[in-house]
Design a protein around this ligand. Structure first.
Ligand code: ATP
Ligand code: MG
Length: 429
């Protein structure tokens, strides 16, 4: 059953805040009229999950997972299916990445544990967030932030290469995300267009941390071949140990080539031939690609890892110079989130929102700071509300290119919605 009999108990009353149980102590306390099953949304929901036949059936057939109502498929990867879902209480859209536990060997389980640990450690406007993990006997569900604007690969396949300014704005955000990852000692190792998503408002989201790894230092040598061959650096094909950051930088070079030209730099019909192409460095940037962009691509696709550009160096390059971020790039996260006062305000707002839904102070925990247990529905609701609040305060404002003409349709939409902060331009052509 996909999260049936979801128990929400305060800390200290049971082994965890959320567990799949026989449902015996879900819902109101007996004999306490104020705690009746209809007194708040949370109680109504948990009561339905125990007693409403339709809801119980939906849980059994996977139309509901925990507190989420599941809709159609939105993506598919080598290891998972991804579906759209809604939080039954907050009504926010989320992406459910569904993994079949019965088909996972020890290696895959280890990777998944890393994917969860690394994704939940990150909080950045250009990195997909993990809200919650729901586990059933056969499946694992990663509840992720929903990026409703599709993935970069599909966009380029459908519409061809990106217009110059849109390409700049999107690539700058990808770089910003990778800088943040590397500052946090996380190497992505599977950067490719399929793993770069857009929100409906054009904010870029780097996704899929299935091959990511956390290193004690950026000079730590790694030895597992990961990722997708067309994006793999020469040192990976040489079967050598390798350093993490330059491998991500090479993949960024392939990605920028693809964004700017609509074609891949290294193409071959067999893996052996592809390997040869990459080892020979056999690629050519079309002459019509602007010089500063060409130089950036070539700086990332240098054969020797030590010669490749560093991420910091690239953010200040000629080609990206006109991109204006709404916050300085020096801090690890947008400045609002390092400001203690603002953080406290946000936390207050989120806790008030949770209380309105029926989560008590006991559920959330009385200590300052966010709940940490990803397998708890309290954490899921907390992170969703936190993200919503941060978005409302402008944390996902899309950068602009100085002097770029804004898309009048988006401007109209912005005025109509009366948004306090919104993306200022159309990111893709
Ligand atoms: P692979 O290893 O083959 O890249 P995977 O099994 O690890 O794939 P993901 O890459 O995480 O799975 O997801 C597969 C696809 O599902 C993505 O390419 C994207 O189209 C869609 N998808 C994934 N996460 C989200 C999300 N948060 N929002 C919207 N769509 C998503
Ligand atoms: Mg993927």
């Amino acid at each position: 059953m996909a999260g049936g009999q979801y128990q929400v108990a305060p800390p200290g009353r049971g082994p965890s805040l959320c567990s799949l149980t026989d449902g015996s102590d879900v819902g109101p306390e007996e004999g306490d009229p104020d705690d009746g099953p209809h007194s708040n949304p949370l109680k109504r929901l948990t009561s339905c999950m125990r007693t409403d036949e339709k809801v119980m059936k939906e849980l059994i057939i996977g139309r509901r997972v925990g507190f989420y109502k599941v809709r159609g498929e939105i993506g598919c990867g080598s290891f998972s299916r991804v579906k759209l879902a809604f939080h039954a209480l907050t009504k926010d859209k989320v992406a459910l990445k569904i993994l079949d536990k019965t088909r996972m060997d020890v290696q895959a389980q280890r990777q998944l544990a890393r994917e969860i640990a690394n994704t939940e450690r990150l909080q950045h406007p250009n990195v997909v967030r993990l809200y919650e993990v729901v586990e059933t006997p056969c499946r694992l569900y990663l509840v992720l932030e929903y990026a409703g604007g599709g993935d970069l690969h599909t966009r380029i396949c459908d519409r061809g290469k990106m217009a110059a300014d849109c390409c700049k704005v999107a690539f700058a955000q990808i770089l910003f995300a990778i800088k943040y990852l590397h500052n946090n000692m996380i190497i992505h190792r599977d950067l490719k267009a399929e793993n770069v998503l857009f929100t409906a408002r054009g904010c870029v989201k780097v996704a899929d941390f299935g091959f990511s790894t956390r290193v004690p230092g950026v000079d730590r040598a790694l030895d597992t071949f990961c990722g997708s061959p067309p994006y793999a650096a020469p040192e990976l094909f040489r079967d050598e140990s390798y350093l993490g950051p330059p491998v991500d930088v090479w993949a960024l070079g392939v990605l920028l080539f693809f964004m700017a030209t609509g074609t891949m730099p290294f193409r071959a019909d067999t893996l052996g031939k592809l390997r040869r192409c990459v080892l020979d460095g056999a690629y050519a940037v079309p002459p019509w690609v602007p010089g500063p962009c060409q130089r950036l691509i070539k700086g990332m696709l240098r054969p020797l890892p030590e010669d490749r550009h560093a991420v910091d160096q690239m953010l200040g390059c000629d080609w990206l110079l006109p991109v204006e971020f709404p916050w300085p790039l020096l801090g690890p996260v947008p400045p609002g989130w390092t400001d203690r006062e603002e953080e406290e305000e946000v936390e207050e707002e989120v806790r008030a929102g949770l209380e309105e839904l029926g989560f008590t102070r006991e559920h959330v925990g009385t200590q300052q700071g966010p709940p940490q247990n990803s397998r708890s529905p309290v954490t899921g609701a907390y992170r969703i509300l936190l993200h919503r609040t941060q978005r409302r305060r402008g944390c996902e404002t899309v950068p602009v290119v100085r002097g770029m003409v804004q898309d009048p349709r988006r401007e109209g939409l912005k005025a109509y919605r009366g948004l306090r902060h919104s993306s200022k331009l159309c990111v893709v052509s």
